[in-house]
Design a protein around this ligand. Structure first.
Ligand SMILES: [Zn+2]
Length: 186
């Protein structure tokens, strides 16, 4: 199988140890680390969903919101909030012992809203330049990343990277190629 020639040493995204990636999509050194990563993603998703629930319950007309509500809306920590209050950057009111309320309107001017848990990022229309100056030839890619031509073609098909043929040469955009071989030994 040509993919066996694929040699990339990457740092495991969980434990940080270098490992030999078997495929372009290998990001973790071991099944254990992939499991940890999966669990972390799941936990993060749940955490975000809980924050979304808090946000849903904030009445639209309400300006002064609680510290947990501010966290759910903006993702700003309690410490940061209190610092802003101390600096006088935002207005606050005390409605009782440990019951600080802060102005949502003022925070909106200072902070972007926290990203929603379930908003899928929109696919960004890719702009490719297939001008030879912005491209590598297949031969150049093979040489640069120590692969054979057939492996390069395989990856190009797999990742739907556009190519352009001029004479005897097939060109692929540098940016796309560098992206798929990120972390590869050169
Ligand atoms: Zn690891």
């Amino acid at each position: 199988m040509p993919a066996a020639k694929f040699k990339i040493v990457r740092k495991c995204k969980v434990c940080g140890e270098p490992f030999k990636a078997k495929t372009i999509e290998s990001w973790y050194c071991s099944p254990r680390c992939s499991k940890i990563a999966w669990k972390r993603n799941k936990d993060e998703e749940l955490r975000m969903q809980k924050l979304d629930e808090v946000v849903k319950k904030i009445p639209k007309s309400k300006d002064y919101i609680t510290v947990p509500e501010a966290y759910a809306l903006f993702g700003i920590s309690k410490e940061t909030l209190y610092r802003l209050i101390r600096k006088g950057a935002i207005s606050s009111v005390n409605v009782g012992e440990r019951q600080t309320r802060v102005s949502k309107e003022e925070l909106l001017k200072l902070y972007p809203l926290r990203k929603k848990a379930l908003t899928k990022s929109k696919p960004v229309a890719k702009l490719y330049s297939l001008e030879p100056k912005d491209c590598y030839t297949i031969g150049e890619i093979a040489k640069k990343y120590h692969l054979d031509d057939s492996t390069v073609y395989l990856h190009i098909r797999k990742y739907s990277i556009p190519t352009r043929q001029i004479g005897n040469f097939v060109y692929a955009p540098k940016k796309e190629i560098e992206n798929i071989y990120k972390g590869a030994k050169q």
